[in-house]
Structures are given as structure tokens and as C-alpha cells.
Design a protein around this ligand. Structure first.
Ligand code: UD1
Length: 417
């Protein structure tokens, strides 16, 4: 079990290139299941989640090869249509294989997905939508047995909530369905657009990605193409949090500013200044942050739930009180109790967290229990007095590529043991 040891109070300074987005990479890798021939994915982060997805693709019969950030997937036809529990449990993102394998094989036997424990995370919206597309789905012993003996048929699907995973799952299932599929109340996240861009390059006919209504005209087949994954806006938000708590000045390279349009104003409230030049974003933090106005997580383009934890860590050392409202997941303040061990003053109850900023945190032994919570503990450790020892590093490795090296290059004192 590795640990991170951080000696805090080092100002972060310098330039860093933001890695490719995990939440784009996972559905795009899964999409290779419905794309014949070779797909070449650039800027694919090397994470335990993406490696688990590649392992699953190999299990299904694809060949995969990685050379640093480039991943090649060769799909000459799948050899099986089941994904066992051991593989599905490795990542939540694997849930989109349901639609993809079903579309490719006309059947899929998929166990329920794993992922971080941040709420109940049901998949009822996925199942209802796939049934509407014509799938017959039975649940047995934690696995879903899906069949579409007569193929999938386009239809209108109104989502009760703009679920990111369900929107992606439907897109993957509908690309090669017969006729037109219309998704209303679709998720609008940039990762949805990235998946649509890849699929359209492969021959799909998807319109409206990034808007609430997505229209998919079914085509008979898709052929693999190359595609570069967008930069990870949550990693960017995490790095901004790390710079902010250390009074730092860093330049993020390769960002898309519009993807951060709900995050930047929160840090501006706190006294940070931003300068954009092309796709480089420079953030300069004040000596001490001010409290932020209400931070309310919402589906995109609202403030992302995935950035809540690292931003909450920043608020914990700001001057004043910040209120957070978590609207997406029910159990997403588990980092608050660990931050309290470092001297933070946070009251979290249900959707709400009230953060009374303290002048400083002190190092302690803390445990990460989910991916973004782990990122919050890293940000806290960077500004704490003395040594912080973080266990549960495997969660961080789900979403942050070589994070300790990235932070070391910016002047942090952080080692992995
Ligand atoms: C994706 C992201 C995750 C991010 C989340 C919200 C990936 C791999 N993960 O997760 O990092 O935090 O979007 O931006 O892209 N829900 C249901 N029934 C369903 C599906 C979802 O009730 O069938 C609920 C969930 O429990 C949650 C909410 O809808 O409360 C949002 O979930 P969703 O947008 O589906 O998140 P994920 O796709 O799991």
C-alpha cells in the first residue's frame, strides 16, 4: 500500500501541461468496441482506470498497445460479449460497455460497475434507455444479461436527469441502431462532445453533443480513426487549488478555458488572478485566500462535482466562511473528516458543508477514500505545516497521472513510499 508524504508550505511555481481527460478517455476507449479496425487515441492518460478499460478491451478480443500517451486498439471482431465482475469493479466508467458491447454483439453479459464510493450510483437510467432502444435486460446475481436479438431501434429518450454515463451509453448503443435516436435532457459535459467527435470521425452521425438534445442517425458500421483526448478540466481545477493554497503562481498548458468557466470565478472570488494566452492559463494566488461565494455543484456548465473536494480544501484555509452545496452525489464529503484531522473547521451534513476558514492546517496521517477526496488531501498537505502522510493513494492513481512528479516539478516536496 503506497503512501504520499508531503512536507508542506512550499509555494508552487512554474509551468505544467495538463493531462488528457480520464472521463473522456474511458468512453472513447470503450467506443473502440463498436469501431472496426484500428483506433489511435492520443493524449490518453496512463491511469489505473484507463489501464483497467484497456484490460477489458483485451478480454473482449481487441488488441491494444500503448506507447507513452498514444494508445492503439485493433478490433477485428470481438471474441466474447461478457465482462466479469473482477474487471467491471475496477472502474465506474466501464458501465458504458453495456451499450457498446450490446451494439457490437447484439448481446452483453455485464456485471455491475465499481468505482468510488461517493453515493448509491444506480444505473436505472441506463437500463431504462437501453430497454427503450429494444434491449431485453435481466438482472441476475449482480450481472446484467442484455439481448437485442432483432437489433436496436432508434427512439426518443427523455432522461430524468442529465446523467453523463447514461448519455454516453445511449450514444454508443444508438450509433449503429436502425433509424434516429433523440436524447433530450442529455448531459452537456465537454467529455460528451469529445466522445461524439471521436464517433463522428469513425463514421457516426451525431448532432447536438454539448446541447440538451442530441440526435443520432444510425449508420451500419463504424471504422476506427485517430483522435486526441481533450485536456482534463478536473485535473486543471485541482492544480489551480494546489497553487491557490500555496500562494503560488503556475501556468497550466494545454487547457480549454471555456471548460473551466464555472471554476475560475470561484477562485477569482478567493483573490486569485488569471491570465489566458492561447491555451495557456496562468494563475496567481494571493498570500491568503478569501472565502468564496456559495459553491453549488451542478451538471455542466455548472460547477463540477468532481472539483468540489479540492476546492473545499482550498476554502478550508481561506479567510472567512464558504458554503458548499453538493447536488450530484449523496456521499461526497468524506474528505471533510480527514481535513478536520489537519485542523480544518468543516461541518458537513447532507448536501451542505460549511467551511470556516482557518489560518493554517497542520500535517497529519490521513486516509483517502475516493479519487477527488484524495486530491483534496494532497492540496491540504501542500499548504500544511509539517508532514502529511496520505494513505489510499490507489484512489489518486485512478485519475491523476504521475501527480507527485507533476507537483515536484512545481516545487512541492512530495514523495511516494
Ligand atoms: C460521471 C463521471 C464522474 C462525475 C459524474 C458527474 C465518468 C467516468 N465519471 O459519472 O467523474 O462525477 O459524471 O459529473 O465520466 N444516476 C442515477 N441513475 C443512473 C445514472 C445516474 O440515479 O442510471 C445519478 C447518480 O447516482 C448521480 C447523478 O445521477 O447522483 C449523476 O450521475 P452521472 O452523471 O451518471 O455520473 P457518472 O456517469 O457515474
Amino acid at each position: 500500500m503506497s503512501k504520499l508524504i508531503i512536507s508542506g508550505r512550499k509555494r508552487l511555481l512554474g509551468d505544467v501541461t495538463v493531462q488528457g481527460a480520464k472521463n473522456s478517455a474511458l468512453p472513447i476507449l470503450a467506443a473502440a468496441v463498436i469501431c472496426g479496425g484500428e483506433s489511435v487515441i492520443y493524449n490518453c492518460p496512463r491511469l489505473s482506470d484507463t489501464e483497467a478499460m484497456l484490460q477489458t478491451l483485451r478480454y473482449l478480443g481487441c488488441k491494444t498497445r500503448r506507447s507513452s500517451g498514444t494508445v492503439l486498439i485493433q478490433n477485428d471482431g470481438l471474441s466474447r460479449s461478457d465482462v466479469p465482475d473482477t474487471l467491471m469493479r475496477k472502474t465506474r466508467g466501464s458501465v458504458v460497455l453495456l451499450g457498446a458491447v450490446l451494439a457490437a454483439e447484439g448481446k452483453a453479459k455485464i456485471c455491475l460497475p465499481g468505482g468510488c464510493d461517493i453515493g448509491i450510483r444506480p444505473i436505472d437510467i441506463h437500463i431504462k434507455a437501453l430497454r427503450k432502444l429494444g434491449a431485453v435486460i435481466k438482472e441476475r446475481r449482480g450481472c446484467l444479461d442484455c439481448r437485442a436479438p432483432h437489433g436496436l431501434k432508434g427512439c426518443e429518450i427523455a432522461l430524468p436527469f442529465p446523467s453523463v454515463g447514461a448519455t454516453e451509453d445511449i450514444m454508443l448503443a444508438a450509433c449503429t441502431a436502425s433509424g434516429e435516436t433523440v436524447i433530450t435532457n442529455a448531459a452537456r459535459e465537454p467529455e460528451i462532445c469529445d466522445l461524439a467527435d471521436f464517433l463522428n470521425r469513425c463514421g457516426a452521425k451525431i448532432q447536438g453533443a454539448g446541447e440538451s438534445t442530441i440526435v443520432i442517425d444510425g449508420v451500419s458500421r463504424l471504422s476506427g480513426r485517430d483522435h486526441a483526448i481533450i485536456p482534463d478540466r478536473i485535473v486543471a481545477a485541482t492544480l489551480i487549488s494546489c497553487a491557490a493554497v500555496t500562494g503560488g503562481e503556475i501556468t497550466l498548458k494545454g487547457v480549454i478555458r471555456s471548460h473551466l468557466s464555472s471554476v475560475i470565478p470561484v477562485f477569482e472570488d478567493a483573490g486569485c488572478t488569471f491570465a489566458l494566452s492561447g491555451n495557456e492559463l496562468k494563475v496567481t494566488a494571493p498570500e491568503r485566500l478569501r472565502s468564496m461565494k456559495l459553491v453549488r455543484t451542478m451538471p455542466y456548465p455548472g460547477f463540477p462535482t468532481d472539483a468540489q473536494a479540492p476546492v473545499l480544501a482550498a476554502a478550508s484555509v481561506a479567510d472567512g466562511t464558504t458554503v458548499f452545496i453538493e447536488n450530484i452525489f449523496e456521499n461526497r464529503y468524506r474528505h471533510a473528516a480527514e481535513l478536520a484531522r489537519m485542523g480544518a473547521d468543516i461541518r458537513a451534513e447532507g448536501k451542505f458543508a460549511i467551511v470556516e476558514g482557518v489560518p493554517g492546517l497542520y500535517g497529519a496521517a490521513v486516509e483517502a477514500t475516493d479519487l477527488r477526496g484524495a486530491a483534496a488531501l494532497v492540496a491540504a498537505g501542500l499548504c500544511a505545516e509539517g508532514k502529511t502522510e496520505i494513505s489510499g493513494v490507489k484512489y489518486l492513481e485512478r485519475g491523476y497521472e504521475d501527480f507527485e512528479q507533476v507537483l515536484t516539478s512545481l516545487g512541492a516536496d512530495i514523495v511516494k513510499l
